[in-house]
Structure formats: C-alpha cells, structure tokens
Design a protein around this ligand. Structure first.
Ligand SMILES: *[C@@H]1O[C@H](CO)[C@@H](O)[C@H](O)[C@H]1NC(C)=O
Ligand SMILES: *[C@@H]1O[C@H](CO)[C@@H](O)[C@H](O)[C@H]1NC(C)=O
Ligand SMILES: *[C@@H]1O[C@H](CO)[C@@H](O)[C@H](O)[C@H]1NC(C)=O
Ligand SMILES: *[C@@H]1O[C@H](CO)[C@@H](O)[C@H](O)[C@H]1NC(C)=O
Ligand SMILES: *[C@@H]1O[C@H](CO)[C@@H](O)[C@H](O)[C@H]1NC(C)=O
Length: 501
C-alpha cells in the first residue's frame, strides 16, 4: 500500500517535472527568435501581461472560424463581436498546458456549450502564453489572469451594463482557480463558477482566498475526477471547495481510464495518458451533461464515498440530490457539500443507481459462511448480467444489509431480481481447505450452509421510487439461485387497521 503511494507520488512528480522541462525546452527557440528580431532593429518592448491574455468570442459553430477578440478599452470590439448583454455570458478557461496549444477537449466543450446555449456569448479565455510555463510559474500567473478577467467584466458592466448574475465561468484544472480569482476581484457577484477537476498541487489546503471557493460566485459547483494521489499531492484537488462538490466514482478512479483501457486506445499510452484520462474526465462529464438532456445524471449527497458505496445515500429529499455538470441547480445555502454518483466508462456517462436492503438470516451452519451475493435484475426493457454485490465490510448475518447496484443500461421498470450466494469455500482456492476437513462432514447434506432472505427492498435513485420484492421460497443454500418478484410499491408493510373498542 505504502509502496503504491510512493510510486504514484513519483509518477506525479515526474509528470509535473517532465512537462516543465518540455516547457523549458521550448524557451531557447523563442529566445533565438527574439534575438534575430532585435538584430534586425526592432525595439524589444517588454510584453505587457494583458496582451498575453486574449478573450476570444466564438461567433459560429465552425471551430475553424477564428472568432472575434473582445478588447477591454476598445468599445468597438463589443459591437464587432456581437456581444449581447441580454443573454448569458459563458467564459471557458483552460488550465496549465504542456503543449502551449489548446487541447482537443476545448473544441468539444466550446461546441457543446454553443449547441446548448445557442444565444449565449461564449468567450474562450486564452492565457496559453502564461500557462505554458513551469507549473509553479503558471500557478503564480493564475492570480493576474483572474484579475484581468475581472477587469474585462467590470469594463463590460460599465460599457454595456453586463449583468454579473448572467455570467458563468467554466474553468478546468488551474483555470478553475483563475475563475476563483476573477470572482474575488470583480465588482459584484458572478452568477456561477464551475470548477472542472480544479488543480491540486499548491492549492490543496491553501487559504480559501488563494483558491476557488464558495465566496467567488453565487453558485460554485465542482467536479472532482482525479483526486487519487500520495503524500498529500494529487493532480485534482481533494478537498471540497464549492457550494457543491461532486465526486464521480468516488473522485479517484474513473472507469475506462485504467492503464489497460488507455493503452488500447492511445498509441503512445503510458502513465501520463492515464492521468490525463482521469483529470480530463471532468470536462467530458460536463460536455456529456450539456448534450444528453434525455437522461440527466444525478449525484447524491453523502458524507463519504464508503457510505455512498453502501447505497445509503440515494435520497433526493431536501435537495440532497442534484443534476451533475451543467444541469446542477443552484444551492447557495450549502458549502462544501459532497455528492457522489457512479458513471459508465464512456459517453453517455449516466447510469442507474439502486439501493437494496435485505435482512440475511443465518439458518443452518452458516455462522462462518462469509457469503458473496450476486444479483441479476430483470426489467421491462432489458436484463442485467450477474452483478456481484459489493459489501465493504462483508455480509452481516442476522442483520439488514444495504448495498448499491449500478446498471449501465436502462432496464426499464424493475420486475424481478434473482439472488445467489457463494461462500469462499466454493472457490478453487479453498478446495485444499476442504480436503483437509473431514470427508464425511463435507459430503454430508447435514452440513449444508443455508441462508434466508425473505424480501429485498429496492429504491431507484433516478426515480426515487421504492418497491418490495418477495420470493416463495426464501431459504438459499450456496450456489443456489432464488427469484424475487415485485410484490408491492413502497417498503412498509401496510399497517393493519387499528380495532377500536
Ligand atoms: C440579444 O438577444 C436577445 C434574446 O435572444 C435577442 O432578442 C436580441 O435580438 C439580441 N440582440 C442582438 C443585438 O443580437
Ligand atoms: C509570483 O511571483 C513573484 C515573483 O517571484 C512574487 O513576487 C509574487 O508574490 C508571486 N505571486 C503570487 C500570487 O504567488
Ligand atoms: C443467527 O441467529 C441464529 C438463530 O437465532 C443463530 O443460531 C445463529 O448463530 C446466528 N448467527 C450469527 C452469525 O449471529
Ligand atoms: C440489453 O443489454 C445488452 C447489454 O447488457 C445490450 O447489448 C442490448 O442491446 C440491450 N437490449 C436492448 C433491447 O436494449
Ligand atoms: C448468472 O448466474 C446463474 C446462476 O449461477 C447462471 O445460471 C447464469 O448462467 C449466470 N449468467 C451470466 C450471464 O453469467
């Protein structure tokens, strides 16, 4: 475990350093270029910081179109760019860059925003020159880039009465903290800031005014996708820093991003590709939330990933669930509220969550059964595979067990559930143990372990509907399968009418 942590830490360092070196490697070329210019007699004025931050307003869906640049101080540019104050303004802010160019996600995000909000002013904040630096220098620049964005917004407030509540900033990685600074410095309150896996190194544990925080906008929502790290460092920030903080798949391991998955799709697959896959997943989940409106994914408030995995937190009462990504509803009264969901490995990312509860009775010889349960769900549209039930601390006997079942497909209305269990003694590894145990007691049916489950109570996270499933035969020996059929809506046995004397 410790070794693994150290390995991750080393890879992380390597990731930060290797790309810092590549940024350095690019610098000498530029110097040569500049020298040549000056020898030709050009004066070398220091590059003004604000010239290195550009506000590219997207005018058409055509991504090859250069768009138009909003230039603070030049009022004509507002009209030239067709900036419209009566609609939303969405600013997209990139993070630290290794290549010095926009990464491919930027085009996907811009296109998805434009498609969803066709009227909106969509502005890409281009600070590539300042982001293509050693990581600590890029971090240092976030402050000034945020200040520059605040100046732009203040200028628009003055010139065309821009309403800050109509402004939504979407920042990825370091860009999330840039948005935080912009929110700090602007005159007034920005409507919304979305942080897409905000950067962790040099921000984790920092004071709230030095990173994105709920104070930076009326509503700050954050997606955390790559919080796995070591020695307190991770690429994405671990701590909650918004009004609501969503941790898809626990926020650490994203499906479809394992080394094996990435190797099969990326030619030059390596550990860096895995990191990129997990970090960038926040952007792709957000893009998915913009595009897939027929199946909105919900996240559920929970105190931690372990409780969520047990299925305890699938409630929508009192705003305890919310749409993820763009579909999140404002929740200003909360701060640092952690929310969880599971996702598929690819778009559409949304799936279906079920909470299941069953009391497992130990009927015969099963005190040491250590069972693993398998369920299969049958729906009106489709069925699932056999799914193994993940109960972290093991199945409790003579107790009610709660667990989470996630299906990738929409199976329609849940009609029946088949249930099966196996003990570790059913696996090959323990055959030896069996051989050691006395032969006659093993073969004797007297010793057969039997559990009993009388009903399964199910709550569907996506519909919030509750059902109870019952079986005719309720005792199950290991390896056997029994089927539970929906027997009533809700969970409670209808209370008998009181007799009045
Ligand atoms: C601004 O947007 C509103 C609402 O969509 C629209 O009615 C109006 O024509 C737009 N104004 C300009 C100048 O495009
Ligand atoms: C950025 O770096 C400069 C020079 O090293 C330093 O003076 C300044 O305090 C740093 N700013 C921030 C916000 O860390
Ligand atoms: C469960 O309860 C049964 C009957 O009361 C008892 O025989 C059995 O030992 C209990 N098993 C465990 C694991 O507590
Ligand atoms: C049912 O689910 C399987 C995957 O589990 C899928 O391949 C199949 O297309 C689905 N069928 C329908 C009718 O949706
Ligand atoms: C699921 O488990 C049952 C019972 O063990 C078995 O008969 C069936 O073939 C399994 N189905 C799949 C898809 O693995």
């Amino acid at each position: 475990m410790v070794e693994k942590s150290i390995r991750i830490a080393l890879c992380l360092l390597c990731f930060l350093l290797c790309h810092s070196f590549s940024a350095l490697a690019a610098t000498p070329d530029q110097n040569v270029q500049l020298k040549d210019d000056s020898e030709d007699g050009f004066s070398m004025e220091p590059v003004l910081l604000h010239d290195r931050i550009k506000y590219n307003m997207r005018k058409s869906l055509d991504l090859d179109d250069d768009g138009c640049y909003l230039q603070p101080g030049k009022k004509e540019s507002i009209e030239e760019c067709g900036f419209n104050t009566s609609v939303k303004t969405i600013l997209i802010i990139h993070g630290w860059t290794m290549s010095g160019m926009f990464e491919s996600w930027m085009h996907k995000l811009v296109a998805a925003v434009q498609r969803r909000e066709s009227e909106a002013n969509v502005v890409v904040v281009d600070w590539l020159g300042l982001a293509h630096q050693l990581y600590p220098d890029a971090v240092n620049h976030t402050h000034r880039v945020g200040q520059s964005i605040a100046n732009l917004l203040d200028w628009l407030q003055g010139e065309v009465q821009l309403q800050l509540e109509d402004v939504h900033m979407i920042g990825y990685s370091l860009g999330a903290h840039v948005a935080g600074y912009a929110g700090t410095f602007v005159n007034g309150n920005i409507g919304r800031i979305t942080g897409l896996d905000p950067a962790g190194p040099m921000f984790e544990g920092a004071e709230s005014h030095k990173k994105l925080s709920p104070d930076d906008a009326d509503f700050v929502d954050v997606l955390h996708t790559y919080t796995r790290g070591a020695l307190g460092v991770s690429i994405g920030i671990q701590e909650p820093i918004g009004h609501i903080d969503m941790y898809p798949n626990g926020g650490d391991v994203q499906p479809g991003c394992s080394l094996g998955d990435v190797l099969s799709t990326a030619a030059a697959g390596n550990f860096v590709e895995v990191m990129k896959c997990e970090h960038e997943r926040a952007v792709h989940l957000f893009v998915d939330s913009l595009m897939n409106m027929d199946h909105v994914s919900y996240a559920f408030q929970c105190t931690g990933p372990d409780r969520f995995k047990k299925g305890i937190c699938l409630s929508c009462r009192k705003n305890r669930c919310n749409g993820i990504g763009y579909n999140a509803k404002k929740m200003r009264k909360r701060r640092n509220s952690k929310m969880y969901l599971k996702t598929r490995a690819d778009t559409p990312f949304g799936g279906y969550h079920y909470q299941m509860k069953m009391h497992v009775f130990d009927r015969k010889n099963a005190d040491d059964a250590d069972p693993t349960f398998y369920v299969k769900l049958y729906g009106s549209h489709n069925d699932t595979d056999n799914l193994s039930v993940d109960i972290a601390d093991g199945v409790g006997l003579n107790l009610t067990n709660t667990f989470l079942v996630f299906t990738e497909e929409d199976i329609g209305d849940l009609l029946k559930i088949s249930l099966r269990w196996e003990g570790p003694s059913d696996s090959w590894s323990s055959v030896l143990k069996h051989l050691k145990s006395s032969f006659w007691s093993w073969s004797s049916s007297q010793n057969k372990k039997v559990l009993e489950v009388r009903r399964i109570r199910v709550k569907a996270g996506e519909t919030q509907k509750k059902f109870t499933f019952c079986a005719d035969k309720t005792e199950i020996s290991s390896g056997q399968e029994i089927t539970f059929i929906k027997c009533r809506d809700g969970w409670e046995v209808k209370p008998r009418k009181r007799l009045h004397y």
